[in-house]
Design a protein. Sequence first.
Length: 158
Amino acid sequence: MKSVLFICTANMCRSPMAEGLFKRLVMDEAENWLIASAGTWASPGLPASSKALTVLREKGFTLDNHLTRSVDKMLLGEFNLILTMEKDQKEALMVEFPEYQGKIYLLSEMIDEEYDIADPVGGDLDAYRDTADEIEKIFREGFPRIEQLAQDKHDQRL
């Protein structure tokens, strides 16, 4: 099974939007994917930002039942690919969980770049739309690489 975990800070804006947008992207083959999100500093059990949910609904997907959760070793172990929104998040995960360094990437690395996805928290709805559009752009351009890295290593053909 292919699996990807999206990481941001609070698991309220960027990573839930990435989770929802990616689920919508692979909707036709959803049974082949495990897709989730978490935060490096999340307070567990909170809903996603109302603006993030609004933008997802505008883009044809709902994630209204989303509850925040924090990254931990057990969660990271469930996924083949871990994509962070910021360089600092990637670095922190690699230091705290060195055994998973080989599967932690910055989301923008999926298109052979290295930049942070802007955090829209505190911004207006357009800031959330801009962030969602940037995430979708990376998904469109980087999907083949995401799919390859998300593949269960035991399922890959040599």
